[in-house]
Design a protein around this ligand. Structure first.
Ligand code: 4NP
Length: 161
């Protein structure tokens, strides 16, 4: 049994690579790397092939997560065929994904922060044009939602707890 998770934002250089690296580290720590595959993409293609934004890399590294090996890609309708969870950072990303999704997509297509019910946020705000605070908030929200998502997958996909 293998579960495929894809995180999606606009550029795939700030929010979704942070989610990708941080959630993959949580999966690894839980000993579930053989069961859960993680990837990320952007709805836009401007940064394809680029490493994550250096501000995201730095803030993630402060929490012990290395994002420097990741490279940006653009999400495509093919990703729906292989992913069980398509998780958007904000409502615009979710609307774009809904337009690309096959009519009877059987997976979970939703905002990532549905897995961080107590965070007080619905969306992960785009930090690109802002300051350091925005990048710290991105990691805080992603940490909270990653814990919720891992718990959800364990229970609903892997039959644990
Ligand atoms: P992300 O942030 O969607 O979290 O990767 C952005 C990155 C780049 C741009 C916008 C948002 N941009 O306009 O290039």
């Amino acid at each position: 049994m293998s579960v495929n998770v894809m995180f999606v934002c606009l550029g795939n250089i700030c929010r979704s690579p942070t989610a990708h690296g941080l959630f993959a580290a949580r999966v690894e720590q839980a000993g579930l790397s053989g069961h859960i595959q993680v990837r990320s993409g952007g709805t836009g293609g401007w940064h394809v092939g680029n490493p994550p934004d250096e501000r995201s890399v730095r803030v993630a590294l402060e929490r012990g997560i290395d994002l420097s090996h990741l490279r940006a890609s653009q999400v495509s309708s093919r990703d729906f065929q292989s992913c069980d969870y398509m998780l958007a950072m904000d409502a615009a990303n979710l609307a774009d994904l809904r337009r690309m999704a096959p009519p009877a997509y059987p997976g979970v297509l939703d905002l990532f922060l549905t897995f961080a019910a107590d965070s007080g946020y619905r969306e992960v705000p785009d930090p690109y044009y802002g300051g350091e605070d925005g990048f710290q908030l991105v990691v805080d929200l992603i940490e909270a939602a990653s814990d919720g998502l891992l718990q959800h997958i364990r229970r609903h996909q892997l039959g644990q707890g």
